[in-house]
Design a protein. Sequence first.
Length: 546
Amino acid sequence: MEATGNRKLIFTLLAAFGLLCFLLSAAAFLIPYLKAVSPAFEGNGGGPIPQILRITAYTFEEAILSTALAALIGIPAAYFVSKKRFFGRSLLRSLGAVPLCIPPLIVALAYISTFGMNGIFNRILMKIFSLKEAPFPYLYSFAGVVLTQGFYNFPLVMISVTDRWSTVDKSQENAARLLGASSPRIFFTITLRQIAPAIISGCIPVFIFCFFSFMIVLLFGSVGGTTLELAIYHAGRIELDFQKAAFLSLLETLSVLILLSLWEYAGKKSEHNDSVSLEKNYAVKNFSRKEFVFFIMLIFLIAVFFLLPLLSVFVSSFVSKKGALTLVTWKSLFSARGFFTALRNTLVCAFFTATLCTATGFFYSSFLRFSPLRKNVLARLIPILPAAVSSVTIGIGMRAAFPHGTFLMLIASQTALSWPFAYRQIHPHVCAVPGNVIDSARLFSSNPLDAIFRIVLPYSRRGILSAFGLSFAISCGDATLPLVLGVHGFDTLSLFTYRLAGAYRFSQASASGLLLGVLCSLVFALSKINFKNRRKSSDTTRGHLE
């Protein structure tokens, strides 16, 4: 009886902690957002209409073209990964984790190291052709932003489409082929219709990431071209025109909410699609001549514009300007003032943010699973709302609500924006727990929390670990909120790296960025450890309960 009472007390405290985390996350989102947008209702507008239209058009153009490029690379890559077997197939598929665990700041540094004015690509061309100026100056332009964001995010489209393409029902394709239909006609009339929801589900988050892009546009944006995100930052932090910042924030949020609604619709349509094969579609080795030529071209583009920039960060941190291997860059980085303090702050902030995000995500997933409100539209909308608001908006609102930035404000802001990502990692695992197992736990236990903490929690541990790793990586790589909040005397490694790049110390910035990327990737990889053996044990236990 004493053990049962202690367990009940522990479960009650854990449930209270989850509820507290959710309430704090909601408050850390609502208070800054309302504070940020309230000035929009106090005047006659947010600035000259032509200027706002120009900024909005530029933002949509940049995001649409970046998404189109990601789809142009991602869909063919998904075809080869799902339909063909070739050397490096697993490596190509594993690239899907890069946009999740490698921060945009590191990608920006990678492209600077490769295609910048003094990058590896331009230096090689200048040496070969004896040129005095860089022959490839595209990077600091609108085209550079589109190319960088398109190749950076194409793995998200590839993974989404690959998962769907590998399970499509081939009976309709085979029937059409027997009737004499050509391969292009089969693709556009049958296959494309089946994989369309997956394409939309992959492209919409890419569009949102590009729409909210801050660091890449800040570093690469062309003169005279600005996005809504940059305009909000300049209005709220530099010009102190809070009314303009509020108006642009509302416009930005409304645009993204429409797209998120489309994303949810696409996800539901994909779940209820009746053209799913119950048999695995095995990949084959044979390539047609046209497929092989196209495959080689695709791999070349991915190697040059995706893998080479990431490799260049490593090279730039270990190679001197004369091409010799050296550790001078790393020695100067480790001896730089504030480096280890920034590293410590990053780890502490990321740990607390990931813990709060994971607790909030699990609490709300469990709430939706056990609550009669699980089918309520408003209840399902709550995890979507933070994804429609940018870091800059929350940062400006937080500064307005609490003028003196603190370490706790940074953790609260990151948690408010990142917990929906943790929720999306955990919720499918919570929903996958068989209903009869939960009913049995409820029947044989007097404590209603037993079903959550003794059944749902162990069953969902893989999703919980993934949520923690993803939230940790997001917090580590976030340079926007630390920059906007401007916490006095508080540096994170991402902000430290950004300042090195701003001071044109690109070798040290590459070394710092490489360390940050390795840290994010390591935590993300550890969170994806395979628990097959333990899962079998869990399934055996569940079998006894049934």
